[in-house]
Design a protein around this ligand. Sequence first.
Ligand SMILES: O=C(O)/C=C(\CC(=O)C(=O)O)C(=O)O
Length: 291
Amino acid sequence: MSDRITSWHASPSKPSYAPPAGAIDAHCHVFGPMAQFPFSAKAKYLPEDAGPDMLFALRDHLGFSRNVIVQASCHGTDNAATLDAIAKSAGKARGVAVVDPAISETDLTALHEGGIRGIRFNFLKRLVDDAPKDQFLEVAKRLPAGWHVVIYFEADILEELRPFMDAIPVPLVIDHMGRPDVIQGAAGADMKAFRALLDSREDIWFKATCPDRLDPTGDPWNAFAGAVAPLVADYQDRVLWGTDWPHPNMQDTIPDDGHLVDMIPRIAPTADLQQKLLVSNPMRLYWPEEL
Ligand SMILES: O=C(O)/C=C(\CC(=O)C(=O)O)C(=O)O
């Protein structure tokens, strides 16, 4: 791999929608800077630098207060770039790590002290070489108190993953709702299957994220709004929102982050819903000690 990719908008618009005070962007990443934090030898994409200064400038531009930084696959299991960004945030960021399942208790404790509150299991074949369920389960059973597991998968393997997810003894957070086909609509087969998963346990959360990834009709992503708004309304105490900046692998259809923020009132139309989606729900998972 040689060419480095830019997958984010150079000058995103100012959103029309103003998030409530204390709003949290609960799904974003940092890339590098590479000179300080080299990418993994197994990385499936090689991005340009998108470090903490850029992330925090975007946070302020969009009207947000805090970030949850999710370790991206291009950094493998070395969480140094994510930890560096959290350390530079002055308490305004926490994170989700990707770990070698054989990680020691001491290293898990160090991640906790660095602001990590969960680990991510990625099942997308285009992003990772393997996803060993038995080893994932083993490490999920010995996480620090209060942590959760974030899972990233596509809709076609939801059923196959059910026994694995059922066995995880801590709360689950599903990235991008398990990537449903939003063209099917709110009552489509993918959304029905996802609702069945949510109904199976009260501690399964999800991110109502990524219209740009999920809606082939493009900005303003009307199919996404139609399919996702009922889900947010029906599961309003366990839904999170995030920009997904710097939008890994979206270089061919880079979203305008201001437009992504303007999706929020379309999927969460009332002030009460917006407060849960952007403030109280993510606070419960990532800053519970402040509640
Ligand atoms: O950022 C996301 O959530 C989605 C990604 C990238 C990713 O997850 C990763 O690199 O770890 C994707 O679909 O390419």
